[in-house]
Design a protein around this ligand. Sequence first.
Ligand code: BGC
Length: 569
Amino acid sequence: MSATASDSIMETGTFVNCFLLVISLVIIPVNGGYDKERDALLKGTFPQDFIWSSATAAYQIEGAWNVSDKGPSVWDTLAHQDNNRDTGDVACDSYHKYPADIQLMKQMGLKYYRFSISWPRIFPTGEQQDGVNQDGVRYYNALINELIANDIQPMVTLFHWDLPQVLQDRYGGFLNNHTTNTTVIHDLFGDYARFCYQNFGDRVKYWITFNEPWITSWLGYGVGNFAPQHNEPAEGQYKAAHNIILSHAKAYHIYDDEFRAAQNGQVGITLNCDWGTPKTPADADAAIRYIQFSMGWFAHPIFKNGDYPEVMKTTMTRKAQEEGRTTSRLPEFTPEQKAYISGTGDFFGLNHYTTVEVIDTCCTPIENPSYDTDKDIGTGHAPDWPRAASSWLYVVPWGIRNLLGWIKEEYGDPDIYVTENGRSDHDQDPAIMMDMERICYYMMYTNEVMKASNMDNVKVKAYTAWSLLDNFEWLSGYSERFGLHYVDFNDPTRTRYPKASSVFFKQLVRNNGYPEGSEFTKYVENMWYFCHNTTEAEVNGYTGGASQISSLFSLFLAIPMMIAYSLIA
Ligand code: BGC
């Protein structure tokens, strides 16, 4: 789509939605919990070489689920289980429409794009020896070449949950022989990674082995509501995680041994983590336990010492005693494996969306143990935290700054790439094109990331918006929209339309933050007290002049400013 075309869509969408938006804003409070000092706008810019990006994942956008020789993935299987489910069969049809996606990125001034490769689109059964789907190789080559032709660097995830179904059927997927040294799944993931390095590594310099292994392990193999729907909440997640960590290490070492010298890229992993804040001072240890049992489960072995966090090991040993077991449900790494795993991350990929309040519930013995109860904690949310469309997503911008600081301290000050951050809207009619709440979210969260970078000296090198496009939101199908661009899923051509947030993001990238004195920063200042609920500001003693009324007034100013931005952008 040309710049002029998208701007005029923006302009039309803006006027159509403007009236409704203003009405709705009078009614709905947004982004509350304001604290004058903590939440003040920081002016300044990110380091010169800061990476601004947006992200997608293969199953969520590609469609073309069975073209040429592509094999089915565990998500194809789940989505086809009954006729009432949304599927990724067509999704955003990015398999055909990737040049249009790239023009959207270009329009926003993005120089990086994070996407994932579908393992069964490359190896239909997951195993190279069974044959390679040449059309899959052609597709990813074409996508990468088109990105580079448009001056956009690819950042590639090897595994974003779409395991080849055949590997699940043949070997139990990531449950495969998790305590022996002959585990097939490590080698198969290694072969797949090697093939990708060989075929795309001349142009791809950033590799992410796994996206959010916590989700695959717990939701895929513990709870079993996500694919491949294995329900074994006492042990499934621990076995799967064990295999994923070793598979990650294998892919890292293959790069190190066979490709790094020639290709000179980086290999990391992306972990998800909510910030856990203690509900009372007495819950402080529980909040640490929350983080160690989620992010630390993977980060501690990879970024610290090759082994699980101490608190996980001691907790699980105590549980084994209580349950009358001779061994812990948490598997052990051998000394060789620890050495193999430790230090296998050139960067720390972080997906962060929200914060939870943590309550200590230690230590009630439980009849049916599960990962959920193993942690001995309860979680909740403060009443003044605003919510997005996804039931789990509360808007708590300061959480990301705390989490970034925690990672710096805990893991020896690694380079951190924020590989996902964003918020959802409901799918509704009329469509939300003036997505002010998303603009507020990006404004507040990126400002907190800048505080981590510039005030706390966290080596945060990248910020990635989730997502470039509205897409298939897993079990929620198309009912939740995270995109900077609206996709009409009823339109066979899947036309994309820029939302207001894409214009905001473009200005953010262009300004590289919030420089003192810029027109953009003035706009942000006008919006700041609207984005943080000013009623809460008054509760917390804010007396700086921004009232509910002046906030709404600044909103009236802000909308024409946004239109102006879209026209001159
Ligand atoms: C995942 C994405 C997902 C997003 C919003 C992340 O956990 O990596 O695939 O769409 O969160 O739920």
